[in-house]
Design a protein around this ligand. Sequence first.
Ligand SMILES: [Zn+2]
Ligand SMILES: [Zn+2]
Length: 138
Amino acid sequence: MEINYQCPRCQWGQTAEENAIGQTLECDHCHEKIEPGTGSFVSGTQQVERCFVCNGDQFYRQKDFNRKLGLGIIIIAAVTSILTENYLPLGVAVVVDSLIFLFLPLITICYKCKGIYRAFEPNPTHGRFELIVHDKHR
Ligand SMILES: [Zn+2]
Ligand SMILES: [Zn+2]
């Protein structure tokens, strides 16, 4: 299990392991101290309930999709298709992208601080991304 989050002060991207939960974190970049949120954020079933960075309790889930990779595959295939005047590579790329997407794991993301929780058990109370909830945290 792994958590990717940004320092609230300098926005430096950082990674924390599961065992960092409940401890005071220090930013590698600006040395800002991040106090852990109160209460438990991972329930007994390893589900995220409360964000350990910002103490937020609203999350959404999405596929752990690398957009740059997905787009890269399509662009390379499109260029190949144009150069060879054959649309097969593009068709194959679309299929490959869809297959990758199908088997991707779900990640849990905090609305408030955009912290990403990887490989935690999915919490059934977390839904898909909702713009209304997102706007509340801006
Ligand atoms: Zn920082
Ligand atoms: Zn958060």
